[in-house]
Each structure stands twice: as C-alpha cells, then as structure tokens.
Design a protein around this ligand. Structure first.
Ligand SMILES: Cc1cc2nc3c(=O)[nH]c(=O)nc-3n(C[C@H](O)[C@H](O)[C@H](O)COP(=O)(O)OP(=O)(O)OC[C@H]3O[C@@H](n4cnc5c(N)ncnc54)[C@H](O)[C@@H]3O)c2cc1C
Length: 154
C-alpha cells in the first residue's frame, strides 16, 4: 500500500468546517479573498475528493468503452485492473473498503452493459456510505458515453 493515506484522511471541507466552528457569525468573503480563490493555482496535489472524481471519471469511462463482446483476455485484464487499483489507491480507508467490496461483489465483466451497471452500483455503495445521493443507473450511458439527451453536452 502506498504511504499517502494520511493526506487523504481529512477532506478540505471537513478541515475548513473544523477551523471555522468557533467563528461567530460567518463573514462573507472579502473582495481580496475572492480574488485569491479565483487565482488559486490549479496545479496543486489532489485531495481525497479530487482524487475520487478523477478516478470515477476513469472507471466509468473504462466501463462505457469496454467491449460489447469481450474476449476472455479482456475480461481478465479488467478484473486485474480493478484489483490493482484497489491495492494501490492512495486513500487507505477507501482502498480497504474497495477491496472488501470486490470480494462481496465481484466485477461483472461479461459485457459492456453489465460492467457499466456494476460500476454504477459500486459507486452508489460508496455514495450511500459517505452520505451522497444515489445515482440513477438507468442514466449511466447518457452520463458516461452518449451525453445527455437534451443535447447539453453536444
Ligand atoms: C473506489 C473509490 C472509493 C472511494 N471511497 C471513498 C470513501 O471511502 N470515503 C470517501 O470520503 N470518499 C471515497 N471516494 C471518493 C468519493 O466517491 C467521491 O469521489 C468524492 O467524495 C467526491 O464526490 P463528488 O460529489 O464530487 O462526486 P463523485 O462521487 O466523485 O462523482 C462524480 C460524478 O459521477 C457521477 N456519479 C455519481 N454517482 C454515480 C454512479 N453511481 N454511477 C455513475 N455515475 C455516478 C455524477 O455525475 C458525479 O458528479 C472513493 C472514490 C473511489 C473511486
């Protein structure tokens, strides 16, 4: 396991919430603070949430483009890839839960639709665990492959 877990044990949001808990009442940001936020560098190390978003981008897009009729080798490669990510993911507690989840819910690698659904359900189990909304898996193709039907991604 990579030794980066400590950095990802506390989100920026929770750190801010902790540090602000004694401030009464909350003040609106000053114009200077707004400018500083707008000018914040974008080439900084990622936190747990940015890492998560980037990883879900990769995982859902991999599933969306997985073959409709995969060969046995492609199925094995996908299983190995997910297994490797679960062993190297640099958020220690996220990775531990991911490994447990893979044992209980082995990846559905039979074809593209099955994998995209499996990935959506995996993501939803994480969403539930951390108190986020459940995503409608019926929309997974629009979200990750074709773009929304209203044309807003065209
Ligand atoms: C394998 C893994 C395990 C993780 N475990 C933890 C953990 O234990 N604790 C923790 O705090 N964070 C964990 N994370 C990070 C967490 O899942 C989020 O990425 C992070 O909290 C940022 O959330 P977000 O609201 O920006 O959207 P994200 O959850 O990152 O989602 C990005 C986008 O994906 C789409 N989406 C949401 N749900 C689904 C779904 N079910 N199917 C398809 N698309 C969907 C939405 O459009 C959403 O905007 C984990 C990430 C990964 C990849």
């Amino acid at each position: 396991m990579m030794a980066m877990g400590k950095k990802f044990t506390k989100t920026k949001a929770s750190a801010e919430a902790t540090s602000k808990s004694t401030e009464q009442p909350p003040r609106p940001p000053s114009p200077a603070a707004k400018v500083a936020e707008e000018q914040r560098r974008r080439d900084c190390p990622v936190d747990k949430d940015e890492l998560g978003r980037s990883t879900w981008n990769l995982l859902h897009t991999m599933a969306a483009y997985y073959p409709e009729k995969p060969t046995e080798t492609e199925k094995e490669t996908m299983k190995t890839t997910l297994d490797s990510i679960s062993k190297t993911y640099p958020c220690t507690h996220c990775a531990e839960d991911f490994r447990k989840d893979l044992k209980t819910n082995p990846p559905a690698v039979s074809d593209r639709d099955a994998l995209a659904k499996w990935m959506c359900e995996l993501h939803n189990r994480v969403n539930v665990k951390i108190g986020k909304d459940v995503f409608d898996c019926g929309l997974v193709k629009e979200r990750w492959l074709d773009g929304w039907k209203d044309g807003s991604c065209d």
